[in-house]
Design a binder for this molecule. Structure first.
Ligand code: RP5
Length: 169
């Protein structure tokens, strides 16, 4: 099912140090059979390359770009400024404030240039993939079927949970 030949989602992160978290975006997209590519591009340390990536993305067939960054997290906003594609932001838990700095700098975009901002850290990384899939599912019935299957399995797993006796954990 995994059509790796067609790269539909671009995943950017500001630093290699973001990868342990952002790998969950890739794992989720892979599970749902969505071709993706991940690379390090920084709004601050490699601004020209980041802009060039965003400007070329639609022409390369990308449909959604996911950006993870921490601290003064400008990556998603800068990428969105350079493309009409949907851009989703994952705030990284940085070296201070538990990622609140990243959350605010990703979410608080001035009007006109949107960034869809997910939760801080691993939950946001996974949900960014799922939201990208939900967006692409609007025009892709096969992907929608896989996504609905994923959701159904998740629900079944929750309903199957048997709690251990109270006092045993
Ligand atoms: C951001 O600065 C990155 O996205 C990362 O979350 C943070 C720290 O980067 P490193 O100093 O670990 O490279 O640009």
């Amino acid at each position: 099912m995994n059509d790796k030949a067609a790269i539909r989602v671009g995943i950017l992160m500001g630093s290699e140090s973001d990868w342990p978290t952002v790998q969950h975006t890739v794992l989720t997209l892979d599970e749902l059979g969505v071709g993706n590519e991940a690379r390090v591009l920084s709004a601050h340390r490699s601004p020209d390359a980041a802009g060039e990536y965003a400007q070329a993305a639609a022409g390369r067939g990308l449909q959604v770009i996911i950006c993870a960054a921490g601290g003064a997290a400008h990556l998603a906003g800068v990428i969105s400024a350079h493309t009409h594609l949907p851009v989703l932001g994952i705030p990284m838990k940085g070296w201070s404030t538990d990622g609140l700095d990243s959350l605010l700098s990703t979410a608080q975009m001035p009007s006109g240039i949107p960034v869809g901002t997910l939760a801080i850290g691993k939950a946001g990384a996974k949900n960014a993939a799922l939201l990208a899939v939900a967006i692409m599912s609007l025009s892709d019935p096969e992907l929608r079927a896989r996504y609905l299957g994923f959701r159904k399995t998740q629900t079944e797993q929750v309903l199957a949970i048997k709690l251990p006796p109270a006092g045993s954990v």
